[in-house]
Design a protein around this ligand. Structure first.
Ligand SMILES: [Zn+2]
Length: 75
C-alpha cells in the first residue's frame, strides 16, 4: 500500500490509477501527474479543478466561449 501525500491515507496505486484514468478517459495520465503518490480521492478533484481553471483562463483569453459563471467559480 502507498500513503497519499495529500490526505495521509493508505491507498492501492493500481486501483487509484484505474479510477483516475476511468474518470478522465485517458486525457490526463495518472502516473505522469501523480506517480502513485496521491490517492484517486485527492487526485480526481485536484485534476478537475486544474482543468476548470485552465478553461477559465482560456475564456479570459477569448480562446473558447466565455461563461461568466465558470470564470467566477474557477478563477
Ligand atoms: Zn489522498
Amino acid at each position: 500500500m502507498a500513503k497519499c501525500v495529500r490526505c495521509g491515507k493508505e491507498f492501492d496505486v493500481d486501483d487509484s490509477r484505474e479510477e483516475f484514468n476511468d474518470e478522465f478517459d485517458g486525457d490526463v495520465d495518472y502516473d505522469e501527474e501523480y506517480a502513485g503518490e496521491v490517492c484517486a480521492n485527492c487526485a480526481i478533484p485536484d485534476t478537475e479543478s486544474n482543468i476548470n481553471a485552465g478553461a477559465a483562463i482560456d475564456m479570459m483569453n477569448g480562446e473558447i466561449a466565455y461563461d461568466a459563471d465558470h470564470v467566477e467559480r474557477w478563477l
